[in-house]
Write a protein that binds this ligand. Structure first.
Ligand code: 5GP
Ligand code: ZN
Length: 124
């Protein structure tokens, strides 16, 4: 039997692990062997998609070198989804919120893809 490292296992009390496993509903926009992407339940823009690694990682603060690939890969998926929605030329934002000052509320790594309207900088 293949031995899985504990970090490979879904966290039973994690909201996004439950969504990935289909235990909670979501509006899926994309899935492959590495990531699951779905519409944010409380969108901040016409396009607001969360791109979530299937492997549980709590956030950028706890990411390891093992997670470097998924962090980069998630951006490539964001670019693909933005192109499919026709917002690649008008522009969009990709965001990892980290910790309380940034308002991180779900502790399973997720990249926000936000676009479809003009955004201000710096963010509020
Ligand atoms: P964070 O604040 O951690 O960067 O982002 C968490 C995001 O997850 C928020 O934008 C929030 O609206 C979204 N979210 C929280 N719970 C759910 C849920 O049950 N379903 C979906 N689709 N999005 C959720
Ligand atoms: Zn999780």
């Amino acid at each position: 039997m293949t031995q899985l490292a504990w970090t490979m296992l879904p966290m039973s009390n994690c909201l996004f692990c439950k969504i990935i496993k289909g235990e909670l509903p979501s509006k899926k926009v994309y899935e492959d062997e590495k990531v699951y992407a779905f519409h944010d339940i409380n969108p901040g823009a016409p396009t607001h998609i969360l791109i979530v690694p299937k492997r549980h990682v709590s956030g950028v603060n706890t990411a390891s070198h093992e997670d470097a690939e998924i962090i980069g890969y998630s951006h490539l998926i964001a670019a693909k989804l933005a192109k499919e929605r026709g917002i690649d030329d008008s522009g969009y934002r990709t965001v990892y919120n980290v910790g309380p000052d940034a308002g991180q509320s779900v502790f399973h790594l997720h990249l926000h893809l936000i676009g479809g309207r003009r955004m201000s900088w710096p963010p509020g």
